[in-house]
Design a protein around this ligand. Structure first.
Ligand code: NAD
Length: 424
């Protein structure tokens, strides 16, 4: 095995370039033959569908939908479903590849997948969102199922979306199939603790990263970009652990309180107003400035590609915990690493979601619900193990946490490939 060379090409494009560059570095480190690299670089299965929608006013609109299954060697495909106008095939490919590595890293028996519709959910009524979800589900139905590919919530989707998918799938089968999705409402077989699992994992590794650098949580500060399913509870849980959360943002704006935000008051404001903007317990902040604020921990928990070569030099945090998938471009990663910033990579930092999704799938398939304390203990145990595996591997091979996490994951996927052999 060799250390990953800094001479490896730095791509300048979108998330797929970043994902491919990370894979290339990992296979070079593992001395993986070119044929196997090619197999890992190419998604196993891709489906692009037109999703027509009858709008409330009687007109028709058509949206592009995607489902990409990157790798199936370690088990059924698993990954979220995203509703955003930024969704395109390359973004979904990148996110599907990262899911393969994430599942392998925290040792859940899945391959990676991702799906999306290029739609702005905020421009649609509940009825329209239900119809578009059901139509998309019927279009991708041949390739999903509890043993094939199991969607979950991501940007712009939630437990209600999962209930519609489960119902559409179950109706066509003629019986209820709760294991076809995770992130379902509790009353439909969702797992206790799933809704906060990603955030809990983010907070857990952030606290481990703080302690590994000798910082006390009660003396540390943080900024969180994104106040959705991941960012909101990550901010709350960090705050509960004693960290002063000085700034948060969402797509509409950012707020800043030098002595720390009152997260529960801010949450109540967001429940009322739908945005962090206008919160009377803080000052407004230019959203871009949140990323370069003078804090110890920066948690990008919104979208990909926000830390770039243009702002990485100005990041003041000493720890970046990637709540979002792919928030740091390859170029920014190099700059931050050179500057000594510790990056806890997405495939580790936000793996809590897929860990508890796995627990939910097990519970759904067994028709048996675990206690929330059990879910939390098992989540914490797996996140701690993931952290230790990555830290040990990084130390043993002189790699960054991202290089170590990717190499470790890719080696596990390769191991499955080798054991299964190539058919025919
Ligand atoms: P979400 O839709 O619930 O929330 C996204 C948040 O980001 C919202 O507050 C939105 O306003 C904000 N946002 C969007 N664009 C922004 C911008 N340009 N600047 C600042 N804020 C912006 O989505 P989520 O489920 O919280 O997902 C966030 C990230 O976490 C995504 O990268 C997703 O892939 C990743 N992730 C989510 C889960 C999960 O369980 N939901 C699991 C793993 C990873």
């Amino acid at each position: 095995m060799t250390a990953i060379s800094s001479a490896d090409p730095i791509p300048t494009g979108g998330p797929l370039d970043d994902a491919q560059a990370q894979l290339a570095a990992a296979v070079a480190h593992l001395k993986c033959p070119p044929g196997l690299h090619e197999m890992l670089a190419m998604p196993r299965r891709e489906l692009q569908v037109a999703v027509p929608l009858r709008r409330d006013d009687g007109t028709t609109a058509v949206y592009s939908g995607y489902r990409v299954q990157h790798n199936l060697s370690r088990g059924p495909a698993k990954g979220g479903l995203r509703y955003s106008t930024a969704v395109d095939l390359d973004e979904v490919r990148a996110l599907a590849m990262w899911m393969s590595w994430k599942c392998a890293l925290v040792d859940v028996p899945y391959g990676g997948a991702k799906g999306g519709i290029a739609i702005e959910p905020r421009d649609h009524s509940d009825g329209e969102l239900e119809r578009v979800t059901r139509r998309y589900t019927s279009e991708i139905l041949p390739i999903i199922g509890p043993d094939m590919d199991i969607p979950a919530p991501d940007i712009g989707t939630d437990e209600r979306t999962m209930a519609w998918i489960m119902d559409t799938y179950s109706t066509t089968k003629g019986y209820t199939v709760p294991g076809v999705v995770t992130g379902k409402p509790i009353s439909l077989g969702g797992s206790l603790g799933r809704a906060t699992a990603t955030s809990r994992g983010v907070a857990h590794v952030a606290l481990m990263a703080l302690s590994s650098t000798g910082m006390e949580a009660s003396k540390a500060s943080a900024a969180v970009q994104g106040f959705g399913k991941v960012g909101r509870d990550a901010a709350r849980l960090l705050n509960e652990a004693g960290v002063s959360v000085k700034a948060v943002s969402d797509v509409d704006g950012a707020v800043f309180a030098p002595d720390g935000l009152d997260i529960s008051r801010l949450s109540a404001h967001v429940d009322r107003e739908g945005t962090v903007s206008g919160f009377d317990g803080a000052e407004p902040l230019a959203p871009a400035d949140l990323l370069t604020l003078d804090v110890d921990v920066l948690v990008p928990a919104a979208i990909e590609g926000v830390l770039t070569e243009h702002n990485a030099h100005d990041v003041q945090a000493s720890i970046v915990v990637e709540g979002a998938n792919g928030p740091t471009t390859q170029a920014a990663d190099e700059i931050l690493t050179t500057r000594g910033v510790t990056i806890v990579p997405d495939i580790l930092a936000n793996a809590g979601g897929v860990i508890v999704s796995y627990f939910e799938w097990v519970q759904s398939n067994q028709a048996y619900q675990w206690r929330e304390a059990e879910v939390r203990d098992r989540l914490e145990e797996r996140m701690t193990r993931g952290w230790r595996d990555v830290a040990d591997y990084a130390g043993a091979h002189s790699l960054t946490y991202r290089e170590a996490a990717t190499a470790l994951s890719v080696s596990r996927v390769l191991e499955a490939h080798k054991l299964r052999g190539l058919y025919p």
